[in-house]
Write a protein that binds this ligand. Sequence first.
Ligand code: NDP
Ligand code: 8X3
Length: 252
Amino acid sequence: MERKIALITGATSGIGKATAIALAQIGYHIIATGRRKERLDSLKEELPEGIDFLPLCFDVRDKEAVHSAISGLPENWKSIDVLVNNAGNAHGLDPIQSGSLEDWDAMMDINVKGLLYVSHEVMPIMIARKSGIIVNVGSIAGKEVYPNGNVYCGSKHAVDAITNGMRMDLNPYGIKVIGVHPGLVKTEFSIVRFKGDAERSDKVYQGFEPLLPEDIADTIAFAVSRPKHVVLADIVMLPTAQASATIVNKNL
Ligand code: NDP
Ligand code: 8X3
């Protein structure tokens, strides 16, 4: 069988980790990235036998580190077939007038510029091969805005726009570009957003059944395994209890 390679950013946790496992289960060899090295290393244990694994530890905000990690890939890892741009988080949930510059920098630098830096390295590889699939993990926050979501929503609207632009510009090269936009998924997302406040974070997912990271991962695995002539361009995925960014039915 042809050797297939997937690179997943933010694979130390949540959606990225589940996606690395799901893609390994359908035969992809896995390049997993993130900043927490021990978590990256331990992911190997969760992949099926026979799947090769390459952990790459870098901060997506550091464009030199992104460049040297991806341009320095060993020869047998260079032909990336699937890129999943997943690394990202919300930082804070505050009215715009009291938001922090550090939080704003983090969200724009990681969610938007980090996605661009990684894509900048991988797109030429796919263009040269006239083949490849890029999955960008956006959010319902990239389709709608909610109170206090301001800059996070802005970063995810940017991801949505960039995804649509990528699809147009990469179309002549046969590269598929897929936007996946989840609603509420129970991961470490809210722990990060609320800076380690577990009680506040737990409340986000109480009283209804949220999505699990595996739900998103299954959908990504399904989307990347469609026939060559089919692209699932734009996928919005919500828990059944969620009707919009702000409407969650806690009585189901
Ligand atoms: P987690 O907090 O569980 O995972 C976030 C991942 O991003 C981690 O692996 C983390 O790795 C990585 N990451 C964060 N900052 C950086 C950085 N500077 N450099 C490299 N990697 C980084 O959250 P989720 O799994 O929920 O989030 C994944 C994506 O899904 C994000 O883009 C998020 O916006 C999006 N999303 C999440 C939803 C949810 O409700 N959970 C809903 C909609 C979209 P490490 O810290 O090791 O670097
Ligand atoms: C994560 C989902 O609703 O917190 O993107 O923005 S939400």
